[in-house]
Design a protein around this ligand. Structure first.
Ligand code: ATP
Ligand code: MG
Length: 578
């Protein structure tokens, strides 16, 4: 759809909605203010749009009401306009420079060399938001040009992670799909002498780069130069014997321009190409060429690539290819949690964590397992915006968004992590009905009660003889005596009635007649002051109400006075946060 058609379509939807709300007659002024309200990016051109809006209003008003309704349902008017209105209330990104509705193409280009993490979520969410904001396209492009690092498992993990986040690309492709095209552009650069085959040793290249001096391969005569090009592709060179370098400027202040590598020879199994290919482009070559050929209009990447921007455009200029707009944003990191795959991989491979989804990690698989909701990730990322300032927010700032969402959907249940038995002299026997949530309609549960309950050791320790506490949602008890029998404590108490006294401490409890063993795994910071913390995963083997066994794995619960958790299997939950 062209941008004009896309704008017409949006106006039509707004007019139809307005017509239906006003019983068949849309109003110009209301429509105009809705257009600029819902689509602030159209405000600068509203004057030119007025004749078009008038025409659409007249056309729609000339239809019968049933026809208007039919057209509205065909165009999904209500869903789309409501979505736009909802988006407006939520944190959103600033407009994109030079963007036109219907023409924006963004791409998310992960290397399939590990599991996706919260940093990828940031990049992918920003890419998707902009594509949506301008009714454009999002491409997921696996940047798979280094077979030494890439594995099939990781392509799938990245797709799964994005799907979980609700990111739906319009196109999924691999850079390796275009390997032959990339080769031919590479050949073109060398033929034009904008690049050359270099056979210097890597330490020599390194030192010449540092000194800013040209290498002898740069000044070969044309015949030798072309002969080398043929040899580069026909298998005459061994791995590490030759590379193709861009003819930049060896004394450029920007070291990224000192004849960077564009192609290298790698003898390894590629997950998609097998052994059929051994000449692979570097990121510096593949990224600009792919972005340009894929029709990307706005290419976003993290700001550590900033020095490479000049190279990105030089490659495209040399090849006479269209230049996308490049935009940078800061890398997202968390305190005490490594984010980069480079840091995560050794932890996984070295067995220091249980896998890529270990709940102490910031991978999407781990965040899911732990109970972080995709919606919380979206809100958190959009709240950070696309500033260039380094962001190392504490994990707690993501938690705050998650807590708000979980609070409404999590059943509240009782869990006691270190149980101490309480014997009640004058108990109430039978069943009591407890609400699963104080305000949300999440149902009720029946709990069998008798003369014994368990409370947490910390609460028992605080309780002195003669003191009263309230067993939540049940009744008050008063301690008579702490008893030591065979080394096990129990408390002898009496029931002092149900009257609610605000001054009494309230404690959660689990009934002896209604309990199951229950384990909660609590992830803690993996790194403290840069040091790996072995003691970062705690396990509490406690007891919970038997009702918890009825819930499906994956359910979110709030263990009262303990925290939010996500059920992993029957009897085991992972702590989300407090
Ligand atoms: P890693 O060190 O984790 O391998 P990377 O940048 O090499 O990071 P890629 O798979 O190449 O990982 O990244 C795909 C995209 O995600 C890139 O556009 C990159 O800029 C972006 N990205 C990666 N990590 C982060 C992060 N921590 N914060 C924001 N964006 C990120
Ligand atoms: Mg990378």
């Amino acid at each position: 759809m062209s941008s004009d058609e896309a704008i017409q379509q949006i106006i039509k939807k707004i007019v139809l909605r307005n017509a239906i709300e006003y019983g068949g007659g849309a109003k110009y002024d209301v429509v105009i203010s809705k257009v600029v309200g819902l689509r602030p990016d159209l405000r600068p051109m509203i004057k030119e749009l007025i004749p078009l809006i008038k025409k659409i209003v007249d056309d729609v008003n000339s239809l019968d009401f049933p026809d208007q309704e039919k057209m509205a349902s065909k165009l999904l008017v209500f869903q789309d306009v409501d979505k736009a209105a909802k988006r407006k209330e939520e944190p959103s990104l600033p407009p994109l420079q030079g963007a036109r509705v219907g023409e924006v193409v963004t791409r998310f280009p992960p290397e399939p060399n590990g599991y996706p993490h919260i940093g990828h979520a940031k990049a992918a969410i920003i890419d998707q938001e902009y594509a949506r904001m301008y009714e454009g396209k999002l491409i997921l492009r696996f940047d798979d040009t280094n077979p030494l690092n890439e594995q099939l498992e990781f392509y799938d993990a990245i797709k799964e992670g994005l799907e979980w986040l609700g990111i739906i690309p319009d196109l999924i492709k691999n850079t390796s799909d275009d390997i032959k095209i990339l080769h031919s552009y590479g050949r073109r650069l060398v033929t034009k002498e904008d690049a050359y085959v270099c056979t210097c040793k890597s330490d020599e290249i390194h030192s010449m780069r540092a000194k800013g001096v040209d290498c002898p391969c740069r000044t070969l005569d044309s015949n030798d130069h072309l002969e080398r090009l043929e040899k580069f592709f026909d298998g005459s060179f061994e791995q590490n014997e030759a590379i193709i370098r861009f003819r930049g400027n060896m004394s450029d202040l920007n070291t990224a321009m000192r004849d960077p590598t564009l192609f290298r020879i790698i003898d390894a199994d590629h997950p998609k190409l097998g052994r059929s290919i051994r000449v692979f482009p570097t990121y510096d070559f593949a990224a600009p060429v792919e972005d340009s050929l894929d029709g990307v209009t706005h290419a976003m990447r993290t700001k550590e690539y900033e020095l490479r921007n000049a190279l990105y455009f030089s490659v495209l200029r040399s090849l006479c290819l269209r230049q996308p707009t490049l935009l940078e944003f800061s890398r997202l990191e968390f305190e005490g949690m490594p984010v980069s795959k480079r840091k995560l991989k050794p932890l996984v491979e070295g067995g220091l964590v249980s896998g890529w989804d270990d709940p102490r990690l910031p991978t999407l698989a781990a965040l899911k397992k732990r109970g972080v909701l995709p919606e919380a990730i979206h809100k958190f990322i959009l709240s950070l915006g696309i500033s260039l300032a380094d962001t190392k927010p504490p994990f707690e700032s993501l938690e705050a968004y998650n807590r708000k969402l979980l609070d409404k959907i999590s059943l509240r249940l009782y869990f006691v992590k270190h149980p101490v038995e309480v014997r009640i002299g004058n108990p109430i026997l039978g069943k009591i009905e407890l609400k699963n949530h104080p305000t949300a309609q999440l149902g009720t549960r029946n709990v069998q009660i008798s003369d014994r309950v368990y409370i947490d050791r910390a609460d028992a320790d605080r309780l002195a003889s003669g003191q009263e506490i309230r067993l939540m949602e049940m009744y008050n008890i008063q301690l008579e005596e702490k008893i030591q029998e065979n080394g096990i404590d129990h408390l002898r108490v009496i029931n002092t009635g149900q009257e609610i006294k605000t001054s009494l401490p309230k404690v959660q409890w689990v009934s002896n007649d209604d309990m199951v063993p229950f384990t909660v795994i609590v992830p803690d910071k993996l790194f403290i002051n840069g040091e790996f913390s072995k003691d970062s995963l705690h396990t509490y083997n406690g007891i919970a109400e038997s009702y918890v066994s009825k819930l499906q794995p994956g359910s979110h619960i709030q263990l009262v006075r303990f925290g939010f958790c996500r059920l992993q299997t029957n009897g085991v939950a992972i702590y989300t946060h407090g």
